[in-house]
Design a protein around this ligand. Structure first.
Ligand code: SAJ
Length: 432
């Protein structure tokens, strides 16, 4: 039996307000409009608002066409936070980075909560989507919405629903199941009905904490399993076994095994960071998260291990790292995206630079300008590759010409198993 407010979100054509128009917020706002709702997208960056209002999308998962269509069908983009007062539900999609000491930086969430406090109205739903530790929604959002005397679960409804955007993946926001946890069953019911109008599948849980924890478990699971396979890769190398062959063999087991692959480290703004939210909150409860800490140690050491492997290969060719020209191939944090945030590839190259190597970088997806911004000499797709003693394949973009790389550069260290996946065999290609 739906409460009056849950029924409103289930049946009426309501307006959703979105705070933060990045890789989470913009797709959410566009998806709402695609589903016949109205959306007011707010971002504090006037430059980003101006760009969006010109129909130019800075978010890879939203095309200019999709944005333009949404703008014509009920999407309003503004830098004026007071416009959020015209929405029936507000979805907070702001960054939640880590601070200098790897502690949660909730400053963006707090300022979003302040914005909500200024516009919250009777009947409004407020949902936090930014990744954070269990307890944040209750600790920050509930006081913010109650500031003007509104009562949670009577006048206003509060929930957490983790973003599940996977940059560069095929799945669109509306097709990805959504976990939703209210600060009470009443808020859960209201939030679930609202999200049912936006995504195909909603999975309600009993509390905001459970939803906050679910998100952290999803990505901690990844970080720990990547840490495991990175350690297995180092052991396999010592035993003169190809870890890539071993993982592919294990992956033939139709149950009880999910393939993870080694790499030069773990990048992006989810996997290296999210587990630290849980580790930080656990410490507050005097609980040691040993798996998270161990995975962090293994994964953050992979760039150094990779640089050492490069040194070993140069040594076999009688060359020092110092003064040697090395070609880094791929600095994005994962294949086929232009995003190089927290990229392990860059850490590998910095380590080689520290050891005196002369680094050039080929990454047709990230592009020459961005490569130059990092202080590396950019190599363009058509440039000659002679002169480099070794190429380190760090991110396996689909557009890379693996054959040319292996024929023009005397030694290639493939840290991603790209040659194996392309069923290409070259004697001068070695795997991590
Ligand atoms: N990585 C490995 N080995 C693996 C998998 C990943 O070294 O087996 C590395 C990648 O190279 C990258 C980092 O880990 O540097 C993260 O890779 P990722 O595939 O987890 O990609 P992300 O960071 O974009 O993760 C996002 C997450 N989505 C959300 O948090 C909503 C993650 O939960 C998704 O599983 C992932 O996208 C996805 O599957 O695309």
């Amino acid at each position: 039996m739906l409460t009056e407010r849950a029924r409103f979100f289930a049946e009426e054509d309501w307006t959703g307000g979105v705070i933060g128009l990045g890789y989470v917020g913009l797709p959410l706002a566009v998806t709402m409009v695609d589903n016949g709702l109205k959306a007011i997208g707010y971002d504090r960056s006037q430059a980003r608002v101006d760009l969006l209002n010109q129909g130019i999308s800075p978010v890879e998962d939203v095309s200019d066409e999709e944005l333009t269509t949404a703008l014509a069908n009920g999407l309003e983009i503004t830098a004026d936070e007071s416009r959020l007062a015209a929405s029936d539900a507000i979805f907070i999609c702001v960054p939640s980075p880590l601070g200098r000491n790897r502690e949660p930086d909730l400053s963006y969430i707090r300022s979003a909560a302040d914005a909500v406090a200024g516009v919250v109205q009777q009947g409004m739903l407020v949902s936090l989507e930014s990744t954070t530790y269990p307890g944040t929604t209750e600790d920050i959002l509930v006081p913010a919405v109650s500031r003007n005397g509104l009562i949670v679960d009577e006048d206003v409804f509060v929930a957490f629903s983790p973003e599940r955007v996977s940059p560069g993946a095929e799945m669109k926001t509306g097709d990805i199941p959504k976990v939703v946890g209210g600060v009470s069953p009443v808020s859960t019911a209201v939030a679930a009905e609202a999200y049912k109008r936006v995504v195909a599948s909603v999975h309600p849980v009993s509390s905001a904490r459970a939803a906050e924890m679910a998100k952290l478990l999803e990505n901690t699971y990844r970080a720990v399993n990547i840490g495991l396979i990175n350690e297995m890769a180092q052991l396999a190398h010592e035993l003169d076994i190809s870890i890539w062959e071993v993982v592919d063999a294990a992956a033939t087991k139709p149950f009880g095994f999910q393939a993870f692959y080694p790499g030069p480290g773990v990048g992006g703004h989810c996997i290296p960071l999210d587990p630290q939210f849980l580790a930080w909150r656990a410490k507050e409860a005097n609980f040691a998260t040993r798996f998270i800490d161990l995975a962090e140690q293994v994964n953050t050491k992979m760039p150094l291990y990779t640089a050492t492997r490069v040194g070993d290969l140069l040594n076999e060719a009688g060359l020092p790292i110092y003064g040697t020209k090395i070609l880094g191939v791929g600095i994005a944090y994962k294949p086929d995206v232009a995003d190089d945030r927290e990229s392990a590839s860059i850490e590998v190259l910095r380590e080689l630079e520290r050891r005196g190597a002369e680094i050039a970088v080929l990454d047709p997806v990230v592009g020459a300008d961005r490569i130059a911004e990092h202080g590396f000499a950019p190599v363009r797709a058509g440039d000659p590759l002679e002169g480099y003693a070794i190429a380190v394949l760090l991110t396996d973009h689909a557009v890379l010409d693996l054959k040319r790389l292996a024929t023009e550069v005397p030694v290639v260290l493939d840290t991603r198993g790209a040659y194996r996946r392309a069923t290409l065999e070259f004697d001068n290609v070695t795997v991590l």
